[in-house]
Design a protein around this ligand. Structure first.
Ligand SMILES: Cc1ncc(COP(=O)(O)O)c(C=O)c1O
Length: 419
């Protein structure tokens, strides 16, 4: 199946497309996003089956309606939304979904519409002002789940979320107490920062939670460990996700909370990073610098602004046999900041006219795209090959072998391809 689609509608075509090389053969002038529904489905099944609580998808990571549908079809029933536009989008796309408004600083009008029109009952907050706002906007509702966001360290994560939100430990008692009076169910949430490279991030944060519960002496109904679950990028290969789940489960079980308390998580990146990649064209080579047609204002925001490296492949047939060499990229706009330092390892003979596939852009890639300077494309094609890197394929292979469903490598390969 070969489907070109714009963000909100699919327009089926007839050719079979397996991967990036097929796209490159067509000689696209604009960058093309390749999406892999099987990869997102696999991640969703993994979280819904193995996380020892409820996984809600953090929509900001990638709000594509097609992706939302895939996650829903594979067991994700709850969605962390952070703006009214996200509330409306998910309510429209997945009418049966449960929405949780987890931005700690919301517009009062947004809370009002979320509550009255879209049935949102769960809100996060990190101040008394926000609590007052939520109560005003919902007419002092008595059916709310209020999650107090604690400030925790981001020291184990690649992207800090420790400054902007979260009540400081010395102010948590008062807020937890006030929220307890107003809430039907009281939750405590936190975010350890994105791309947490060790499960210790959650163990440490849970210690903060324990201290806050003991200090405030309130009954807590929900512990929400937020996002931060990692994906695999060059130079950032995390431990298996199961280890994170085990650490969280152990810490949750030892908290002073009631037996009926629920454990939640808000994975964004880990559910969608493997979902898409982008095929770009090299417009010019200047020494070790490649001028490509996507960049900092497109899907490569993180590569430009925080220096992340992403896996890359030269899409050429026959394949280049020249050894790899480190390159940096310039994006298409007229801005010096449109620069991705990399290094990105590609065969040393890469040249203008070549196509490159950049992997692992499903999270915070297409979501961050702009049309600055007249560049940017939303051409999207569904492909069925494997993502360049996966935290999940080995797990599925292991399961298949353990269940005796497959006999050898060839069986495993065909099994994975069908997922
Ligand atoms: C409240 C909240 N939850 C979840 C997430 C998702 O985080 P991640 O993509 O690291 O899993 C974010 C990301 O910023 C967030 O702000």
């Amino acid at each position: 199946m070969h489907q070109h689609h714009r963000a909100l509608g699919l327009a089926p075509q007839s050719t079979a497309v397996r991967g990036g090389i097929d796209i490159a053969k067509g000689g696209p002038v604009q960058p093309v996003t390749l999406v892999r529904p099987h990869a997102a489905a696999r991640a969703a099944r993994f979280f819904s089956e193995k996380f020892p609580g409820r996984s809600m998808y953090a929509v900001k990571a990638n709000p594509s309606p097609e992706l939302l549908q895939i996650l829903w079809d594979n067991g994700i029933t709850h969605y962390d939304v952070a703006s009214l536009a996200e509330v409306r989008l998910v309510a429209r796309t997945l009418p049966g979904a449960t929405l949780c408004f987890m931005h700690p600083v919301k517009a009062e009008e947004a809370v009002r519409e979320a509550y009255a029109t879209h049935g949102v009952r769960t809100f996060s907050l990190d101040s008394i002002e926000e609590l007052d706002k939520i109560m005003r906007a919902t007419g002092n509702a008595t059916d709310l789940t209020l999650c107090v966001r604690l400030r925790v360290s981001s020291e184990h994560s690649k992207l800090s979320l420790a400054s902007k939100f979260g009540v400081a430990p010395n102010e948590a008692k008062e807020l937890l107490f006030a929220a307890r009076q107003a809430a039907d169910a009281l939750g405590i949430c936190f975010h350890v920062g994105s791309q947490a490279m060790t499960p210790d991030a959650y163990a440490d944060a849970m210690e903060r939670v324990r201290a806050a519960i003991v200090d405030a002496a309130v009954t807590v109904d929900v512990i929400d460990v937020g996002g931060g679950f990692p994906s695999s990028y060059p130079g950032m290969e995390p431990p298996p996700l199961e280890r994170y789940f085990e650490t969280i489960h152990r810490a949750f079980e030892s908290l002073p909370i009631s037996y009926s308390a629920e454990l939640w998580a808000e994975p964004g990146r880990a559910l969608c990073a493997e979902y898409s990649s982008v095929v770009v064209r090299v417009e010019r080579r200047r020494g070790n610098e490649l001028y490509i047609n996507d960049g900092a204002y497109g899907a490569l925001f993180d590569a430009a602004h925080i220096g992340w490296r992403f896996p890359v492949t030269l899409l050429r047939e026959p394949e280049s046999t020249v050894r790899d060499h480190p390159f940096s990229f310039y994006g298409p706009t007229c801005d010096d900041l449109d620069h991705m330092a990399g290094p990105f390892l590609l065969p040393a003979d890469v040249q203008a006219g070549d196509y490159i596939e950049i992997g692992m852009l499903g999270a915070y890639g297409s979501a961050m795209r702009t049309a600055f300077n007249g560049f940017g494309s939303d051409e999207t094609v569904i492909v069925d090959d494997e993502p360049m890197v996966s935290l999940y394929d080995a797990i599925e292979q292991d399961n298949a072998v353990r269940s005796g469903a497959v006999r050898g490598g060839a069986d495993i390969a065909s099994n994975v391809a069908k997922l």
